[in-house]
Design a binder for this molecule. Structure first.
Ligand code: B12
Ligand code: SF4
Length: 498
């Protein structure tokens, strides 16, 4: 069967472009099953998806199916793409994190162009699904876990697709199907934005046993499944030796959960001589599963930069509200050891969790200044449906983010209020912006570090856009309740507004 696997327009994301690895995995299993697959990532394409659909039709080899992936802020774009594809007669299926949380929403009467949705990891389910379509059968008759559909007026939501136990049994993602030259490097804020970097990403494990209250991990879940070191090394070798990677991003939820395994991986990368390409832990690693040796081994294996989720500078907030499962001393140690190993560091900090006050947010800023990472990423808390944080707000506050794009991290606006008489969404935005100013602007050493880099000047438009967003802010970064927005009180309430 001829299939398009697509990631919809990513206006919600920044100028940074990363490959959508989930559909890379699906492309690999479908290709292995003999199907003809292309990957369409709207974030980097020069043409609309209709160009490829029409071109294939004109060549007498039309696409029959489009599979679209969506995180929550992208769901509107996914619907638009499905609507377009339906006009050309393609069968449409949507999957990814948002569909795993709210599988029925997209099958409602307002989205008649969505034929199916999928909940959970789909490497097994999609092959079965496509096999049914190809044989002219109805996939809904095959009882495929994870597959959701309409039957008459009813929406049938099936149990979530079981997680794949043996990740080594999967083929490597179809990295070769991505138009890799169109993606940027992974950390442009400090490197300058290379629009033609060959930046690949790799997942060495799936899932995370921690339960941070803000974290939405509907697909990969609360257990941890690691690939064997040899399996990861084989993929790494492919990226370095055959696909010409110039940068590799490890995008696991927690790649270093098992310290000996993490060290083994680094040792094997060195032994194989594939430590020539710089790599980063794009989304961070966990501070309490590190030691000095790990960072030295990472450096030897070619790592350039490590990121850590720090979140908050107040121990009570960390333990009781965020439930991060790590102490401030562990944070300090990890930063120190990483710097001693001559690795660049990134810190991720969240502003505006429930119970955050002026004092706790000030402690967060102080901690960022003390740790002094090369890159500090300050984010405003976003209550994704399905998280513990969402429940906490339902019990003691109100969400006023009405549209799914409001959940984009880079949208950077206050999204909820707590009714405890202490939580102030406007103060949250103020402190968040203050953090950027105090970290990047008000320290002469920092400013000099920035402007003395060639990339600062080469990448001036991007730098200026980021500066405007972080230091000055847009009008809509004020708390929306001030503009009279109605609170959203439940997931279904939120869904009905769409
Ligand atoms: C790498 C990553 C990125 C990268 C690449 C994005 C991408 N599309 O892969 C970058 C940095 C660009 C990114 C950006 C964003 N991300 Co992100 N990202 C991740 C991360 C760490 C890993 C993703 C991954 O590779 N997962 C592993 C693969 C195997 O899983 P998967 O992608 O979900 O795909 C599987 C299933 O979902 C399913 N599936 C997926 N697509 C489809 C399609 C069809 C048709 C079917 C049938 C099935 C199916 O099958 C796949 C294989 O099993 C996850 C955390 C996580 N653990 O998932 C967050 C995560 C997905 N990101 C998240 C968010 C919020 C975003 C942003 C919206 C941030 C923002 N700006 O606000 C943007 C969206 C940009 C975009 N275009 O998607 C949230 C999503 C939460 C939610 N409720 O939607 C997550 C879960 C992080 C978190 N804990 O909060 N992200
Ligand atoms: S934030 Fe990181 S450590 Fe916490 S649950 Fe999510 S993936 Fe795990």
């Amino acid at each position: 069967m001829r299939i398009i696997l697509a990631s919809p327009e990513a206006k919600v994301w920044s100028e940074r472009k990363h490959i959508p690895l989930g559909i890379g995995y699906l492309a690999a299993v479908l290709r292995q099953a003999g199907h003809d697959v292309i990957i369409y990532d709207a974030a980097i394409e020069d043409y609309p998806v209709t160009y490829y659909i029409e071109e294939a039709e004109a060549a007498g080899k039309p696409y029959q199916l489009i599979g679209i992936s969506a995180a929550t802020p992208l769901i509107g774009d996914a619907w638009e793409m499905a609507k377009t594809a339906k006009r050309y007669g393609l069968t449409t299926i949507l999957g990814g994190p948002h569909l795993t949380i709210l599988p029925a929403e997209s099958l409602g009467p307002e989205h008649p162009y969505v034929d199916y949705t999928f909940k959970g990891e789909a490497e097994e389910g999609i092959v079965e699904f496509v096999d049914a379509l190809e044989k002219g059968e109805k996939p809904e008759d095959r009882d495929i876990p994870g597959l959701n559909f309409r039957r008459g007026d009813e929406i049938i939501v099936s149990p979530i697709s079981p997680m794949i136990e043996d990740l080594d049994s999967l083929p490597f993602p179809a990295h070769d199907l991505f138009k890799i030259d169109q993606y940027t490097n992974l950390q442009p804020l400090t490197d300058g934005l290379d629009p033609h970097a060959r930046s690949f990403t790799i997942l060495t494990s799936r899932g995370c046993p921690y339960k941070c209250t803000f974290c939405s991990k509907p697909v990969t879940g609360d257990t941890w499944r690691g690939r064997s070191v040899e399996n990861v090394v084989a993929e790494w070798r492919w990226l370095v030796q055959e696909l010409g990677a110039t940068e590799i991003g490890v995008t696991d939820d927690i790649w270093n959960l098992k310290l000996p395994r993490a060290k083994d991986l680094c040792r094997r990368i060195v032994e194989e001589g594939i430590n020539t390409v710089p790599w980063t832990t794009v989304h961070g690693m966990k501070v309490n599963h590190t030691d000095p040796e790990l960072f030295l081994l990472m450096k030897a294996a070619g790592a350039k930069r490590v990121g850590f989720g720090v979140e908050n500078g107040d121990p009570w907030m960390l333990k009781n509200v965020i439930r991060k499962g790590q102490s401030l001393d562990q944070v300090r140690n990890a930063f120190r050891w990483a710097k001693e190993a001559d690795l660049q560091t990134m810190g991720f900090f969240i502003f505006g969790m429930p119970k955050d006050t002026e004092e706790t947010m000030e402690k967060t800023i102080q901690l960022a200044l003390e740790l002094d990472p090369d890159l500090a990423n300050f984010m405003l808390a976003a209550p994704f449906p399905g998280t513990k944080m969402w429940d906490i707000i339902q019990e003691g506050g109100e969400v006023f983010a009405h549209e799914w794009p409001d959940y984009a991290i880079h949208e950077q606006k206050a999204r909820f209020v707590m009714h405890d008489g202490e939580y102030d969404p406007d103060l949250v935005v103020k402190k968040w912006r203050e953090a950027y100013r105090r970290f990047y602007l008000y320290r002469p050493k920092r400013v000099w570090e920035k402007v003395s880099k060639k990339s600062f000047w080469l990448d001036l438009p991007n730098t200026a856009a980021n500066a405007r967003r972080f230091f000055i802010g847009a009008k809509d970064q004020q708390a929306p309740q001030l503009a009279g927005a109605e609170p959203v009180t439940s997931v279904s309430g939120l869904v009905n507004r769409m």
